[in-house]
Design a protein around this ligand. Structure first.
Ligand code: SF4
Length: 750
């Protein structure tokens, strides 16, 4: 919905640039954004805005953003028509698929896809059409451990308990810096305001982190922790809860399996034993446990630092074990499950029981790492390309991803991508990764696409629904991302570049409608699918599928069965969103485990505990380790080409504690050489006591100084690629997630 005067209009959209889903008020002059403000009437964000949100204007008008398809022959790039570009893709991919089979073409899906409705809905069409076992994404350099632990405990990958931050009295936070990230796996616009309110109502915030981050500075208490030891710390909390008889499961008592196993497993993690490993005083650990148990309502929340480490799944699991043992699982003010308007794996099927999750249905060719939720760990990608043999990856599709900057051992991946027979990238930039592509297919600008946060409204602190319609038409020569992905799907399915994408889209919708009417308990169960398809026929593309999901979701109108229910039309009439209320207790209905219980000690996780125990026995390790860090004006590698976000003080620096700097002979503002087993970088030093001794930090997503990328602003402030140091041999075995925090390094003056 827009208000207009002359050629100037005001429109409302959800910001697509991070997980917080803030409402934006945009003043448009013609097609151009003249002003960005927080939407004060947004039901969720109430006007909150961070610097990235205002940069939407620069992102839309960035002269380096590609607007037409590009084809590379040798080192020469040419702008071509869409038909020529797809014909080139067909010429490149089809022979590889014909000669070497489906696995010979890999696909990598980058993090921006989660912020993009078309990406969410149509990547899966392309994946299915491709049928390759070589599917990779940014999930295994990010949150996969949490998905694995949630899947094993609750039955589906996104059944992740979310801190009920607005009602809690005590928040213990590990490895997260929401004052810079604005929250992750926890959709909460205006995180700073919510933390202020927590403390204003007498609540307490405790942050556990190897860095005194911006969030830690605002906390009541900050505990430095040795990177990679969050699981030790959390297990010691569990040990204390049992030892001091502080365990109380509350309302979920009758819905939990494995309680005794957890007690047994925790016996080897007494605070006195793990304190030297974590570098947290044993009494501080006991106090943390007592405070969690004593708080009327408490929540433990952990994020990237606890996932991107060698014990990522154990740490992610223990977060929810502690929440459960303190009676805070599934209660107001504790951690709760979102019920999203578009439905999810834990709203379909039989309430309270399911098939659980299974991993390892296939293994990677070279290293034999298991598949997780349909994909392989991205630490395998380079070796699958550069190791000769049957089923070697020879072709590649990337969608909105820059794995050369965001995945481990990126020097090897960079070389591997250069060796491919053919690569096609769906991307708005010629960046460090897509410069290797033979064809780049740039999707439409943000304003020309509809937006709905399918993923983040599944992880939200309130149940919310908000749809942003396109506010400008496609420019001549622009193509919608949904059409690009459908046309690629037609090519890899063997239908040819000229096949009609609309026909495939119709097939997709009809398949989804069939599933909906056949799903037991669905609000359209047993209905005539043709009738539903006909109702949806006034729409096309992502909006048609979104309408179906909303109407068949938990609040949906069931295509007329509940006239007061949700549909896309209802959301179109609510430009500031619809608040569906605070989270409600959902156990046991939310569970989809085979037992119908919360599995507190799932077998794969219980078996991995021995590895953690062995790490205690190894004792205190004095090796210097590298961690990443987040900045408010950055999101992975995405926004480094926007001057408004990268200007000012250099941010890609090495944080070093003053004691380490003195010992190593390196000075603030000078340069240091950081070496790992995999590579080395020379980086500007920033001496600060905000980092604990023995730990250094470089933010990831930088390193824009490679030849062939067209990022003029980023190239002027390139920073260094910390993933040149990350080792593809270091990963969490349960989730395949890369170790990006706690990389052993040596630091020297350079
Ligand atoms: S916090 Fe995230 S969603 Fe909100 S304005 Fe900033 S980037 Fe956009």
């Amino acid at each position: 919905m827009a208000t207009a005067s002359g050629d100037t209009r005001t429109v409302y959209r959800t910001c697509p640039l991070c997980e917080a889903t803030c409402g934006l008020e945009l003043r448009l002059e013609g097609r151009d954004i003249a002003l960005v403000r927080g939407d004060r009437d947004d039901v969720f964000s109430h006007g909150f805005l961070c610097p990235k949100g205002t940069a939407l204007k620069q992102l839309e008008s960035d002269p380096d953003r590609l607007r037409r398809p590009q084809v590379r022959h040798g080192d020469v790039w040419r702008e071509v028509s869409w038909d020529d570009a797809f014909a080139e893709v067909e010429r490149g991919l089809t022979p590889i698929l014909d000669r070497h089979g489906r696995d010979a073409v890999a696909m990598y899906i980058g993090n921006p896809n989660v912020h993009n409705l078309a990406g969410q809905l149509y990547n899966r069409v392309l994946i299915q059409a491709l049928g390759s076992g070589n599917l990779y994404s940014a999930s295994t350099v990010d949150q996969m451990p949490k998905q694995v632990s949630a899947g094993l405990m609750f039955g589906t990958a996104l059944s992740i308990p979310i801190p009920d931050i607005d009602r809690t009295d005590h928040l213990l936070m590990l490895g997260a810096n929401p004052l810079a990230s604005n929250g992750s796996l926890m959709t909460a616009p205006d995180y700073p305001g919510r933390l202020r309110e927590l403390r204003a109502r007498g609540g307490k915030l405790v942050v556990v982190d190897p860095r005194r981050s911006k969030t830690a500075e605002e906390a009541d208490e900050h505990l430095f922790i040795r990177p990679g030891t969050d699981a030790h710390f959390l297990f010691a909390i569990v040990n204390t809860l049992f030892a001091e008889q502080l365990v109380s499961l509350g309302d979920v008592t009758d819905h939990v399996n494995g309680f005794d196993d957890v007690e047994r497993l925790a016996r080897d993690f007494a605070p006195d034993d793990v304190a030297p490993v974590c570098r947290i005083d044993a009494e501080a650990i006991r106090r943390a446990a007592r405070e969690l148990a004593a708080a009327p309502r408490a929540a433990v929340y952990a994020r990237i630092g606890t996932c991107t480490q060698e014990f990522g799944t154990l740490a992610s699991w223990l977060v929810d074990v502690v929440n459960c043992l303190t009676g805070n699982l599934d209660r107001a003010g504790g951690v709760m499950f979102t019920k999203p308007a578009t439905g999810s794996a834990n709203t379909g099927g039989t309430p309270g029981v399911g098939r659980g999750v299974r991993f390892g249905r296939r293994r990677s060719r070279v290293r034999g790492l298991p598949e997780l939720f349909g994909e392989l760990p991205v630490v395998c990608l380079a070796e699958e390309i550069d190791t000769p043999g049957d089923d070697q990856v020879r072709g590649m599709i990337t969608v909105a991803g820059n794995p050369v900057l965001s995945t481990p051992d990126s020097g090897r991946l960079d070389r591997a991508l250069a060796s491919l027979e053919f690569m096609v990238s769906v991307d708005i930039y010629k960046n460090e990764t897509t410069r290797h592509a033979n064809v780049i297919l740039p999707p439409e600008g943000v304003l020309a696409r509809g937006h709905y946060d399918l993923a983040f409204y599944q992880l939200s602190i309130r149940n919310v629904a908000n749809y942003s319609p396109p506010v400008v038409d496609l420019e001549p020569g622009e193509m919608a991302e949904s059409e690009i992905l459908l046309r690629l799907a037609n090519i890899v399915a063997g239908e040819g570049a000229a096949a009609d994408p609309a026909a495939l889209d119709a097939l997709v919708v009809s398949g989804l409608v069939q599933k909906a009417v056949q799903r037991p308990g669905s609000n359209v169960e047993g209905r005539d699918p043709d009738e539903l398809v006909a109702v949806l026929s006034s729409r096309s593309g992502p909006e048609r599928i979104l309408d179906l999901m909303l109407r068949t979701g938990p609040y949906g109108d069931g295509f007329g069965a509940d006239p007061s229910g949700l549909s896309l039309e209802v959301l179109e009439g609510a430009p500031h969103g619809i608040d569906l209320g605070p989270l409600q207790p959902r156990i046991p209905e939310v569970l989809r485990t085979a037992s119908g219980k919360v599995e507190l000690a799932p077998e794969p996780i219980a078996q991995d505990v021995a590895r953690l125990q062995a790490s205690i026995a190894r004792g205190r390790n004095g090796q210097m380790v590298l961690i990443g860090r987040r900045d408010l004006r950055s999101n992975n590698s995405w926004m480094h080409n926007l001057d408004i976000l990268v200007k000012g003080k250099e941010r890609c620096t090495l944080h070093v504690h003053p004691d380490d700097a003195a010992r190593l002979g390196i000075d603030d503002g000078g340069s240091a050489c950081v070496r790992s087993l995999r590579g080395e970088v020379a980086v500007t030093v920033e001496v600060t006591d905000a980092i604990m001794p023995g730990v250094v930090s470089i933010p990831h997503g930088w390193g824009h100084d490679v030849e062939g990328a067209d990022l003029s602003v980023a190239a002027g402030r390139p920073g260094v690629n910390s993933n040149l140091l990350a080792d593809g041999d270091l990963f969490d075995p349960l989730s395949g997630n890369a170790v990006l925090n706690g990389i052993p390094v040596r630091v020297e003056h350079s």
